[in-house]
Design a protein around this ligand. Structure first.
Ligand SMILES: Cc1ncc(COP(=O)(O)O)c(C=O)c1O
Length: 1003
């Protein structure tokens, strides 16, 4: 049937005039009919020999939903000119075809929505559940039919295994067997009428790109009376496709379904296999169709993603998946969690039950969490000798206690990357500790806590593994559980065999030492397991944070046995509490980054780490110049802090050493240094010096420039005085248009003269008022302006013109200095000029408040007019020790060269990205000081999209920031340890987010 024929049919049968376009379908011929922008239909011409009963069933179903669930937006059935809901026609082969007309549901099909967020998947589950609820009040005899797409009838697929490769057969057969084995309890599950086909082309999503909602389910042709859990399984199986972690992707759907149609525990037991069987049906159908109808691509649309998912699905433990589903439905993840805790409650154990020769039952809680100050720097806790020494020293302070702790503690001491994975939201590492650690000497005997049978006794060799490991199974009257003993000596555990029966108090091993105990300071890792899951020779002692709720239930708190108050994990202050307090007691204009703020407790090189041990790649922080918590810098500061910290009125070597090393990086006219505590203070001082040297007070600055938060600096910062809450330029400040060759007043490569003329106009205006110019204050690359590179030759001619009228030239190097721009150590060197004064801030102290002003001898001499310059903190020995170390690291580790190399690489990758995504209007900057400007096709700034992108990048563990007067420029200025690998990671996720609907539809 052609589109023209269907239009004629429509007019004939329904008296409706519209334009038809064909829609894909499995067996029917369907056409979208557009009547007007707000009126559209689907003309459904059933395949020859379709029984009319089935069509009547679908019509009745839609009418039931229209009456009882109008908020579900299902299509309505339209009557023909004679009032009939089903019409007839004959196709070109003289076949009788039944015809129906239903309303078109506007929106987007699920398969084109990007991202398919957790919220949207929850919404899908809830929509499906609501539909199921409404369908329970409807019945029809057509719902009881043989149907190959019904999971309950899925074993027909067994007859087609020969169509597959051996590996594929193995997968399919495995699931078929599991389904068959549980057929009896499965067949007793609750049944009802369900939609049965929430596949990604049958789900209609609203047009809202930021907060999409599921609007409707379409296509009721597969509706059937079956186990209700099948309906959820189908929704899951399609919506889980294309996700790195399908189980995690399924959970919001399950939660949503349960929210509107409460599921039963026994139903969840079958969900894992039901999902698999839907996929088994799908790939079997595809294999058959490929032979029957090789040209119909639609029939095989889900084949590859279904296989990808099946392969991932079979690697997931069914039991773990079921625990996860239970948790999503607010049941205890492990069904025996409460039984165990009741049993533990009525039985008391002592620490001596674990360590027969230790008679202490009191605990000193040791905090090894990510934010633990006791742990200190990574370099310190990675040093086992130091760690052991600290444990011993601590033990001496608490001789009557055992040092222990760690249940559900987030830790970053698990340095092995063996368990790192890429999840649905970027990189994940195992950080949540599932047992309790008891820090006792090597050789301490360990005994079984109750009677039981050994199920694992091996050497779990490898760095940061268990070393000697024993797991014992215990059977109580009401349930079985397991206890795990890790980090034993290898020899002691191999004395046991799996199957050996052990009595409470029997020695099962001795604490090992490093390296044989997995390379740890001696301790026992003691863990309770309610299930072994599928593990045979190993068992996680640490879990991913995203799965903590599930593991917590499978591995309950060992302190349920001991009941020692001091072993309980101290409660932590929540983000909400922190936020609330800030709102009440910190200034309201001290902002927090991100729509949902994040908390950071540790830094490590190019990463910031949150309290749960998640690493965030930091592309923002040009303060942590040589890396967050650079060990050398930390140590230099700590060491000097232990000796002396006082003001500059005493002789001290550090201040002269730092001065020498700083001056060695600068051209000789810049010869005198003043140390201060912040960039603002540096600029404030520089301005004072220029006023003093020239006797003038008028300054020339760029639009969107920022130079600090003191009153004077704000007065020279157009970014502030021209921004929100600002009052415009003060009398003595003269602002020229931002020399932005991309979107500024003058555009293109040859604009230096035009922008210089703008500056000259201001100089003339000052003179016309009968005053002179004190100076110009400019950054070599305008950071707050949006990483604006000054037009070639501009700075040189501005300096010439300013000097011609007796003014001074100040270069604000607070953001760009210390090697960041790659080609040069200082930003002004990019422009072949030498300023009279430079101000240095952020990078010099690597986070310690250290800044400086460097000026020519002439400027310094005129400033030293008799008034003493005193600064309580500036230039103190600790700050100087830190500054010396920073400059040395930049030099010794060749970080300027790295900034040049990695910056050039990243810039070229960003330019490639810009050629693929026109929303990236401009890529600019030098070294590791880059900017990406997001615009639409009319060069209008896309600030909302920039903000969206930054928030999304954060979801994937990448920190970014924006700037520019329109906040549409992404600033990239990471710690200088940033490598090509980090650059690739950044590009990967930028690409991913640029593909999302909000970004794609913005251009
Ligand atoms: C270019 C520039 N100058 C000066 C400052 C002020 O430095 P601080 O915040 O250390 O006072 C900043 C701060 O962001 C800056 O970006």
């Amino acid at each position: 049937m052609t589109a023209e024929q269907s239009e004629a049919l429509l007019l004939d049968l329904y008296n409706i005039k519209g334009s038809a376009s064909p829609l894909p379908g499995e067996i029917d011929s369907n056409f979208k009919i557009k009547v007007s922008d707000s009126e559209a239909y689907i003309l459904k011409i059933a395949a020859p020999n379709t029984p009319s009963d089935h069509l009547e069933f679908q019509n009745a179903l839609l009418q039931h939903i229209a009456t009882h669930g109008s908020h579900l937006n299902a299509s309505r059935v339209i009557a023909n000119a004679l009032g009939g809901l089903i019409s007839e026609c004959y196709d070109s082969n003289e076949n009788k075809r039944y015809v129906r007309l239903i309303t078109w549901v506007p929106g987007r099909v699920w398969s084109v929505v990007n991202p398919q967020s957790d919220n949207l998947r929850f919404n899908l589950g809830r929509h499906c559940g609501t539909l199921t609820k409404i369908l329970q009040e409807f019945d029809h005899e057509e719902a009881y039919r043989d149907f190959e797409w019904d999971i309950a009838q899925s074993l027909w697929t067994k007859d087609h295994l020969h169509l597959f490769s051996e590996e594929e057969q193995d997968i399919l057969h495995g699931f078929q067997e599991q389904f068959e084995a549980a057929l009896e309890p499965y067949s007793r599950l609750r049944k009802g009428l369900v939609h049965n086909d929430a596949n990604d082309n049958n789900i209609i999503v609203s047009e809202d790109l930021k907060h999409p909602q599921v609007r409707a389910l379409i296509d009721y042709g597969d509706a059937i009376h079956t186990q209700i859990i099948n309906d959820l399984a189908i929704a899951c199986s399609y919506a889980m496709m294309h996700h790195m972690d399908p189980l995690e992707a399924a959970l919001p759907i399950v939660k949503g379904y349960h929210n509107s149609f409460p599921l039963l525990e026994e139903e969840l037991e079958h969900l894992y296999v039901a999902i698999a069987m839907r996929l088994v049906i799908s790939v079997t159908k595809s294999a058959i169709n490929k032979i029957k109808d090789p040209d119909n691509d639609y029939l095989n649309i889900s084949e590859q993603p279904a296989w990808d998912l099946l392969k991932k699905w079979r690697l997931i433990s069914k039991e773990f998946a079921t625990c996860s589903f239970r948790s999503a439905c607010d049941f205890n993840a492990h069904p025996k969690e409460v039984t165990f805790s009741e049993w533990a409650n009525s039985n008391t154990f002592y620490v001596a039950d674990l360590f027969p020769n230790v008679e202490i039952n009191d605990i000193h809680h040791l905090d090894l969490s990510v934010s633990s100050e006791w742990m200190g720097h990574r370099k310190d806790f990675d040093d086992l000798e130091l760690f052991e020494f600290k444990i011993r020293r601590l033990q001496k302070c608490v001789p009557n206690k055992i040092i222990a702790g760690g249940y559900l503690e987030p830790r970053i001491i698990y340095t092995s990357s063996a368990y790192d994975k890429i999840g649905n939201n970027g990189k994940e590492s195992r950080t949540i500790h599932l047992g309790v650690d008891f820090w006792l000497p090597a050789g301490t005997p360990v005994s079984a806590i109750c009677d039981g049978e050994i199920v694992i006794a091996i050497n779990n060799a490898g760095d940061k593994e268990y070393g000697g490991l024993v797991v014992i199974k215990h059977c109580t009257d009401i349930m079985d559980f397991y206890t795990l003993y890790g980090h034993l000596s290898v020899q002691s555990v191999t004395m046991h065999k799996v199957g050996d029966h052990i009595k409470k108090g029997d020695i099962i091993g001795y604490l090992g030492s490093y390296p044989e105990n997995g390379n740890w300071v001696p301790h026992l890792h003691f863990q309770i397991l309610l299930s072994l899951l599928d593990y045979k020779n190993d068992y996680p002692g640490v879990a991913y944070y995203s799965q903590m709720g599930i593991w917590k239930s499978i591995c309950p708190d060992p302190n349920l046995l001991f009941k020692i108050e001091s072993l309980r994990k101290p409660s932590a202050i929540s983000d909400e509490e922190l936020m609330q307090y800030r709102q009440q007691h910190l200034g309201k204009n001290i902002s927090l980054q991100y729509d949902t703020p994040i908390r950071m407790v540790r830094g490590d090189g190019v990463y910031l780490i949150d309290p749960f041990g998640r690493n965030y790649l930091d592309t923002v922080n040009n303060v942590a110049h040589v890396g967050h918590e650079n060990f050398r810098v930390v140590k230099a500061g700590q060491d000097q802090m232990a000796l002396l910290n006082t003001n500059t009125r005493y002789l001290h070597e550090h201040i002269t050493t730092l001065t020498k090393e700083l001056l060695a990086t600068l051209p000789s006219p810049l010869a005198v240094v003043y140390f201060v505590n912040s960039g603002s203070e540096a600029n404030d001082l520089a301005i004072r010096m220029a006023k003093c040297a020239t006797g003038e007070r008028d300054f020339i600055v760029s639009a969107s420039g920022y130079h600090g938060h003191t009153d004077t600096c704000i007065g020279l910062s157009s970014y502030k005085f021209d921004g929100e809450g600002g009052e415009g330029a003060p009398e003595y400040t003269h602002t020229f248009v931002m020399p932005d060759a991309y979107r500024g007043t003058y555009r293109g490569s040859d604009t230096a003269a035009l922008y210089t003329a703008e500056v000259q106009t201001l100089i003339d205006a000052v003179h016309q008022k009968g005053r002179g110019v004190a100076g110009v204050l400019l950054e070599p690359i305008l950071s707050c302006g949006g990483q604006i590179e000054l037009p070639k030759g501009f700075l040189k001619s501005v300096y010439t013109n300013i000097r011609a009228v007796g003014g001074l030239c100040i270069s604000d190097e607070v953001q760009v200095g210390c090697g960041r721009v790659g080609k040069a150590f200082w930003g002004f060197q990019l422009h072949d000029v030498v300023p009279d004064i430079i101000t240095i801030g952020k990078p010099l102290g690597n986070g310690h408040p250290l800044a400086a002003v460097v000026c020519t001898r002439e400027v310094a001499n005129s400033f030293a007019n008799g008034m003493e310059y005193f600064n309580t903190f500036g230039g103190n020995p600790v700050s100087c020790a830190v500054g010396i170390e920073v400059l040395r690291i930049v030099k010794e580790e060749k970080l300027q060269e790295q900034a040049y190399r990695v910056g050039s690489f990243l810039k070229s990758k960003l330019q490639e990205l810009a050629s693929l995504y026109p929303i990236i209007g401009d890529v600019r900057g030098q070294g590791l000081f880059l900017g990406i400007e997001l615009v639409n096709r009319h060069l209008r700034p896309l600030s909302d999209q920039t903000r969206y992108l930054i928030n999304r990048m954060k979801d994937f563990g990448i920190l970014m920031s924006s700037d520019g007067p329109d906040r549409n420029v992404l600033k990239i200025k990471p710690p200088m340890l940033f490598t090509e690998e980090h650059a690739e990671e950044l590009i990967f996720y930028l690409k991913k987010i640029l593909d999302e609907d909000v970004m794609k539809h913005a251009y």
